[in-house]
Design a protein around this ligand. Sequence first.
Ligand code: BGC
Length: 720
Amino acid sequence: MKRARAYVSGLGYYELRINGKKVGQNVLDPGWTTYDKRILYSTYDISGFLRPGNNAVGAILGTGWYGSQTFILQIHLEMENGEEITLITDDTWKSKAGPVVSDSIYNGELYDARLETPGWDLPGFDDSGWKNAELSISPKGILRSQMLPPIQIMNTIISRQIMNPKPGVYVYDMGQNFSGWAQLRVSGPRSTRVRMRFAELVYDNGMINRENLRKARAEDIYILKGGEEEIYEPRFTYHGFRYIELTGFPGVPTLDSIKGKVVHTSVSQTGNFSCSNPLLNQLQKNIIWGQKTNLHSIPTDCSQRDERMGWLGDAHLTAEEAMMNFNMGAFYTKFINDIEDVQGKNGTITDTIPFIWGQRPADPAWGTAYPLLCWYMYRFYGDTSILNDHYAGLKNYVDYLIDRSKENLLTYSYYGDWVAVDKTPGSLVSAVYYYYDVLLLSKIASVLKKSEDKKTYMKLAEKIKSAFHKRFYNMETGGYGPNTQTANVLPLFLDMVPSSEKGRVIQNLVQNIMYKNNTHLTTGIIGTKYLMEVLTNIHSVPLAFELATQTSYPSWGFMIKNGATTLWELWQNKTGPGMNSHNHPMFGSIGSWMYRTLAGIRQKSESVGYKSIIIEPHMVRDLDHAAGTLLTISGKIHAAWQRTGGSVKLEVLIPVNCKAEIILAKGILRNIILKEGNSLVYAYNKFKTGVKGITMVDEKKDTIVVQIGSGKYVFTLSGE
Ligand code: BGC
């Protein structure tokens, strides 16, 4: 045989089997889409599965997000003699109910091993007792190749501790909150019913606390067939958890009886951040775990309760962090297509994608995900095709917002600065995002050389800016709206504050953080994302650092001190019923700030794909070292600084075809020595020219700027 390919999809979820073996490594396949618009299929080279003579092809079906079982398969064989054979699914296929008695993403799986039919997927099986498959009416979506990394089992976690809070109740602590399921190993009498229930929390008495799962039952039940050791893993569900409660187990389970399987979209990790502060290292770890375990073919808000939706606000607020930590290009390309799929003729999009929860039209702050994710794709990966492909959709969306606006203000809002400690009116938040949307569209038009549109939207953006200031600025207080952190941070971030008022707004912001709130943030998911960036921009990195390392409520450190291994949904430590997920990635937006500010790696504002890099590490007093690595579309960027005695060693790696500016605070800096050849780059206010690799050295008021090309550099910075 020359070639053998299988093209396969099944809603919701399938496992393709050939001659007794599962084909491929994908689980929970295909990725979730708006099925009436688009259905994804996977392609496999199945030549290794086929054998001469008879072959058996079959599938196990689940219900997934679709809610019922459908399956479509096409196999193409190209024989050595040029003959081509095509096999397709039709009603000559045979079907029978199997051991997966029920399956549900939220509720889990019931697997009755007594119902297994040995050999059903092997050649020679007698299927005469099976009934013909029914032709189903498929959803209207077009079948398209799945172009994003599939969901796979990414890791196995073995618990280090089993608790036995009550007779017959065993609770495994996996030590980490994650998404996936458990593999069970068990032997015992036929018909024994073993139950695994999943939870993020435990009560003091060691029993699992599932109050925050709301209606999700999150339990897998396995009924033994009896005999040899049995190994079971569910196929068509996943849970978000740290603890597993095992009941009904025959005998006493061991650490080996349960293994945690980490399941999420198989994006590769591209970023690393570390520093001398253990709390920030733990924060980075929580961000990584929270982010990856909320990638399930869409970016989900949470991984455990009866939700797991693609909320657009959460999606764009975490996107920069995600793009630094993981290779997200294909993932967001797919998700941006998903946004397009829900767009109405009138331009509206929805709060969640696919649209299940929330509203149409989306809250403006949530809907900004459409232009903003496109823009991030352009900035991070240099992808102009995404801007092109979606330009009509983006314009349609922004034009809808313009229609809804009055006197250049768009004020409808549902969520505002979601889960903030100090509330900011939703109208203010929406008005800012309206400006952002129009501004982004103008920038995108500029990239695409649509100069008319660029001008039109830029002009409108200017008008929105002044309307915003007029409506929300309070001359008396010198702040916006109720003078909350978020109310002042948003216009500062987008440069919407007239220069005459900037000082007052900044002062308000800083005083609010330091004095009114005793160095705490009070922001929700929106303010938090921009607060850290703004503090860096206004030269208040030490204050930002204090917020980042704060350990009393509300802070990231408060979560970590209370045992968080992924970030929570709320700043509060709640463990009761209702909305308080313990794995919500949205506050992980600080991740991009750690790379940009502490490791000091960012792009110049006009750069795309990291062609023009800025290395500006902020060597805050309480840190001894910080390092960041980003595997970008241009190559690997690395910056690491470390205090050694009276000097600082700075290592920088810049990829080929890229250039960089190293920006160093002047302070007491006297000497910059490039290690190679021990060349002095800068000494006592004088620059040395002609040092290999250094294209220019420039002195500004507070900084020294060293321009370099690609390569590896090691500098020593010293004050003597
Ligand atoms: C989700 C949030 C989301 C919000 C919007 C919640 O249920 O978990 O993360 O952004 O709804 O209101």
